[in-house]
Ligand binder design. Structure first.
Ligand SMILES: C[S@@+](CC[C@H](N)C(=O)[O-])C[C@H]1O[C@@H](n2cnc3c(N)ncnc32)[C@H](O)[C@@H]1O
Length: 364
């Protein structure tokens, strides 16, 4: 994964894995705020079936791509995965939405010169995304292959984006990487796949059972992912929203997360944990987050036995080298919540099924 994703647990995943235990037959490891999917991938490597969820399509696509096996990405009609990638790299540039809104060509269309990508790279992104959509429409690729290619396109565009880590805004001066020609690459696929279910939706809607192990990694600062990763969301959806302002944000407020507001974070977290069916819940949080660790412990202890495990200091998410040299380390915690098994009345179980979010994919 080439992503610089706020709050990614890629550097803590080995420590978090030690709390996953052995996979239970028929149960899922539920990564309910999956982000990049680093933790879901570790669970799958331990043999867990995984359910990934996020309220951003782009996150679920990125996370799902980490779990794809060779068998699932055969690209039979295109002559294999590497041929598909080669065709995308050879696609003729198209002056489409990315070019119009996120390269200096935006000066003509809206009077603001946005420098996320050079004109040539933006036009190539348009061409690659259009070709993926075309393959999907004509049945040349299936849904798993389509999402894998979109995730590979995220990786490629991220390498040439003229940004300081996230897509919150572009840099005024061009970086040297942004001048390189965009190129997609094949990723390492999995030898064998576990069962994967993927949903895009609010965390409160994620299906889970008593036997599942639910992992929660909510946002802990005011940074809203929907605005920081807006361009990825547009590439994921392949739509052409009305974008606004200097940064060219797509409308994102319907995806604003309650966990990003200091005044709402604790109450929302507490009702979330309370609403889960899973007997065991793992929760990642940071000592620099909106909720103070003592308040969290007090609240979660009302729900079940709660143990706080410090995961040690990891480097703060750093947008650039300058920030990196001045920032202090952030202390990350894993809270293990275990609660007594409760019998769910049948009527309530039916309600849970009725409110299930749209299932993007379920494959073995
Ligand atoms: C801290 S990040 C997760 C990082 C992830 N564990 C990783 O290693 O990459 C939080 C994620 O929660 C998602 N999110 C925020 N609010 C949400 C909500 N109400 N429902 C579902 N996902 C949400 C964000 O889009 C973001 O991807």
């Amino acid at each position: 994964m080439t992503f610089r994703y706020i709050g990614s647990k890629s550097r803590l995943v080995d420590q978090i894995s030690t709390y996953m235990g052995h996979p239970k037959k028929g149960a899922f490891f539920v990564d309910a705020f999956c982000g990049t999917g680093a933790v879901a991938e570790a669970a799958a490597e331990r043999g867990w079936n995984v359910r990934i969820n996020d309220n951003l399509h782009s996150a679920v696509i990125s996370a799902g791509a980490r779990l794809v096996s060779y068998e699932q990405a055969a690209f039979k009609r295109l002559g294999g995965y590497s041929k598909a990638i080669a065709k995308l790299n050879a696609a003729k540039p198209v002056h489409g939405f990315m070019w119009r809104e996120y390269s200096p060509a935006s000066l003509d269309s809206c009077g603001i010169e946005r420098r996320y990508f050079t004109q040539e790279n933006a036009a190539r992104i348009d061409a690659m995304r259009a070709l993926i959509a075309d393959w999907s429409e004509t049945g040349a690729i299936d849904e798993v292959e389509e999402r894998l290619l979109i995730a590979d396109l995220f990786g490629a565009l991220n390498r040439v984006a003229n940004i300081a880590g996230t897509f919150g805004c572009f840099l005024s001066k061009w970086t040297s990487q942004s001048q390189e020609k965009i190129a997609m690459r094949c990723r390492e696929l999995k030898v064998s796949g576990v069962r994967v279910e993927a949903t895009v939706g609010d965390v409160f809607e994620v299906p889970n059972t008593a036997a599942d192990l639910v992992y929660l990694d909510p946002p802990y600062t005011k940074r809203q992912y929907a605005s920081y990763y807006h361009i990825l969301e547009t590439v994921a959806l392949g739509d052409e929203p009305a974008v606004e302002g200097v940064a060219g944000l797509r409308p994102w407020k319907d995806r604003a997360s309650d966990f990003c507001y200091k005044t709402r974070a604790l109450k929302t977290l507490s009702s979330l944990v309370q609403s889960l069916k899973a007997q065991k819940v793992l929760l990642s949080y940071s000592s620099e987050g909106h909720i103070c660790m003592q308040d969290m412990k007090a609240e979660l202890s009302k729900i079940g036995k709660s143990t706080m495990r410090p995961l040690g200091a990891i480097g703060r998410y750093r947008p650039n080298k300058m920030a990196s040299s001045t920032a202090s380390d952030v202390n990350e915690f894993l809270v293990v919540v275990e609660r007594p098994l409760v019998q769910i009345p049948k009527s309530q179980a039916r309600k849970v099924l009725a409110s299930k979010p749209a299932l993007m994919e379920s494959y073995a």
